[in-house]
Write a protein that binds this ligand. Structure first.
Ligand code: 13P
Ligand code: SF4
Length: 319
């Protein structure tokens, strides 16, 4: 802890010297989230991270999250220097949607409007008509459906299936998934409900349909946190990465938050539901990237301009 305080002090000093701000996701460790908060950066979901980064006056942004979040920041703010604690932090959705195969898929369905989740590479975004995050996916697809458009959705099949069910739109899905949310088990939640019958179930829609069906509320990380505040329940069973508990518990200090089981029937799991890539963000590598300008995100300019269009459309849609 003493070592941590030393690092925190050095980071705070460098943030000022270098006119830099930290943009962190709710799934990073409590110490990173606290640091982002204390230093006037942001801790939020992927949509708000994009907004904050674009609107903030800092010359340098340290994006504590996974690679697509750094790329999104660069695409929206080419004039800023975008650094990340590590470039190794990726996402199974991004990995599972390589651009060549994705291009083939789009070519096979030219009649469909291409909507991609933010958890994708710059190249995949550049091929899309729309980028969405989980906060805004339903609204955008609902809007496109009302215009009579058919959707090609990538890469998360669970979120895509959920969006299809909720909006009734014609959605053709890519076969990708999040390795963290895919592990939640419906039976485990049913069993946990026996123990906590008054608990409301909050689920991120990257989870399998059988789990989302059990939800009292399904939504993005920010929507899950809001639900815990607004719903009258005193207990919540939460199916998303456990990093969310730091912020969520701050918001509802008197309520009980229970991580949804990822193993089979009855088992509660306190060490799972933790994204290995989000966990790569540490004080040490954050300090180093800030101090030496390491792990700068670069996006090819032609790609950047092409990827900016569907991203900007998302930001304007929600405005
Ligand atoms: P949101 O924070 O937008 O809900 O995204 C969840 C996620 O998996 C980011 O990695
Ligand atoms: Fe990707 Fe899932 Fe990790 Fe989010 S939690 S970064 S969707 S692997």
């Amino acid at each position: 802890a003493e070592q941590d305080q030393l690092l925190v002090g050095q980071i705070k000093k460098l943030l000022k010297e270098k006119n830099a701000a930290i943009v962190a996701h709710y799934y990073t460790s409590p110490i990173i989230q606290a640091l982002a908060e204390e230093t006037g950066g942001c801790v939020s979901d992927s949509l708000e991270m994009a907004r904050f980064g674009k609107n903030h006056a800092a010359e340098t942004l340290i994006v504590a999250g996974v690679k697509f979040m750094g790329e999104t920041a660069k695409i929206l703010s080419p004039e800023k220097r975008i650094l990340m604690p590590t470039l190794e932090a990726t996402c199974s959705l991004d990995i599972g949607c390589p651009i060549d195969q994705f291009n083939d898929f789009c070519d096979q369905h030219p009649d469909r409007t291409v909507v991609v989740y933010a958890n994708t590479s710059a190249a995949v975004k550049a091929r899309a008509d729309w980028v969405v995050t989980s906060s805004i996916a339903l609204e955008v697809v609902d809007h496109l459906d009302s215009l009579g458009e058919k959707i090609l959705w990538a890469p998360d099949k669970h979120l895509g299936g959920y969006v299809q069910k909720q909006t009734g739109a014609d959605v053709l899905c890519w076969d990708g998934s999040c390795i963290v949310h895919e592990e939640f088990k419906a039976q485990g939640i049913v069993d946990l409900k026996q123990v906590y019958p008054d608990a409301a179930v909050l689920v991120h829609p990257e989870s399998p349909a059988s789990v989302v069906e059990l939800a009292d509320m399904a939504g993005s990380t920010s929507q899950i946190i809001r639900a815990a505040k607004e719903m009258p329940n005193q207990q919540f069973i939460v199916a998303t990465d456990q990093g969310i508990f730091y912020k969520m518990q701050q918001e509802v200090p008197d309520k009980e938050l229970i991580v949804a089981p990822t193993a089979g029937s009855g088992a509660t799991c306190r060490s799972c539901a933790s994204c290995p890539w989000m966990g790569m963000n540490e004080l040490q590598n954050l300090l180093q990237s800030l101090e030496f300008g390491l792990n700068e995100i670069q996006v090819d300019e032609t790609l950047r301009v092409a990827a900016m269009k569907p991203l900007q459309r998302m930001l304007d849609f929600n405005a």
